[in-house]
Design a protein around this ligand. Structure first.
Ligand SMILES: [Zn+2]
Length: 317
């Protein structure tokens, strides 16, 4: 009996990682290699040519180990080989399940305001265009993939009291999307009532198991809070503190709306010193032109814009 360890390149969740395959080689008679290889190949799926070559090299090494073991001991039964195949296959399967490719520990995901009232999928009061069920499913799928790769997921949540200053209904004679001038010279857009605390419209539409921490914002009736980091009065949310406590240096950001809360969160993230990556095909904006300009501004200020998520790139962060 001999202990063997091989390094296998495998594809998990679009990331190529290397898993150590260990097994006790118990083969004691010449027998059916084809069967062994069939078993091993059935659990190893590599999409790229380079990885496939590495796979076959590893297989070749494995074959020579088995051959040498067999030459040393010609006795034994077919059962021992079958037991070996089962052991290796089960071990390999467990490795796949337990060892998804790990991204760096200093990277976190920030999902901005994916809430009922901001989506057409839930007939939200302030639904951002193109936020239907397929958008939500895509966000969930990608977030799950990132979570499985080991990244913590922070979800921001607009969480307003009924008397919030951003609601048009709280300003006499004003209607939704009117603007008002604030005493400090800023212009405030007035919105339909949205994301009221404890309502369905405020719910985050992601599986809760995916979320490491929910960061609420916009609770102060006197200030709006597009940014996940702080409100317009400068009061910080819990986000920066939580990220720093987890030693996070890099953020992957997406959500709604590109031209408001995503933009403000990204710009504040850059100001706080984080490396920021924005996944644009997972962002949706209120206004198409403003969203395009917002992405350009984020880029100008130092963010990297990815059109879509590439798990290979995550490994390099
Ligand atoms: Zn709001």
């Amino acid at each position: 009996m001999k202990r063997s360890e091989l390094i296998w390149p495998v594809q998990t969740d679009s990331i190529c990682s290397y898993i150590s395959l260990q097994g006790d080689i118990r083969t004691r008679q010449p027998t059916n290699f084809g069967m062994m290889f069939l078993e091993l190949r059935s659990v190893t799926v590599c999409g790229r040519q380079k990885q496939r070559r590495a796979h076959f090299n590893a297989a070749a090494n494995f074959e020579s180990e088995i051959r040498s073991e067999m030459e040393q001991n010609k006795r034994g039964t077919m059962h021992s080989l079958i037991a070996t195949i089962c052991t290796i296959t089960i071990f390999f399967g467990l490795s796949l399940a337990a060892s998804p490719a790990r991204a760096k520990e200093s990277v976190a995901v920030v999902v901005v305001d994916v809430q009922g009232d901001f989506t057409t999928a839930r007939n939200g009061s302030l639904a951002v265009p193109n936020t239907d069920q397929s958008y939500l499913e895509n966000v969930s799928k990608v977030t799950e993939r990132l979570k499985k790769s080991g990244l913590p997921v922070y979800a921001t949540q607009d969480w307003h009291p009924a008397n919030h200053m951003s609601f048009a209904s709280n300003h006499n004679g004003k209607k939704s999307f009117d603007t008002i001038n604030l005493s400090d010279g800023r212009i405030q857009v007035l919105w339909p009532t949205h994301c009221l605390q404890e309502t369905d419209g405020a719910k985050i539409l992601l599986n809760q198991a995916l979320i490491t921490k929910v960061v609420r914002k916009g609770m102060d009736p006197k200030f709006d809070s597009y940014s996940g980091f702080m409100d317009d009065g400068g009061a910080k949310t819990e986000l920066d503190k939580a990220l720093k406590a987890a030693d996070i240096k890099t953020l992957i950001v997406y959500g709604v709306a590109t031209d408001y809360c995503v933009k403000a969160t990204v710009l504040d993230g850059l100001k706080e010193g984080y490396n920021v990556y924005v996944v644009s095909d997972l962002c949706r904006g209120v206004d198409a032109e403003a969203s395009k300009a917002a992405l350009e501004e984020m880029k100008q200020k130092g963010a990297t814009i990815w059109n879509s998520l590439d798990m290979e790139k995550i490994k390099e962060l």
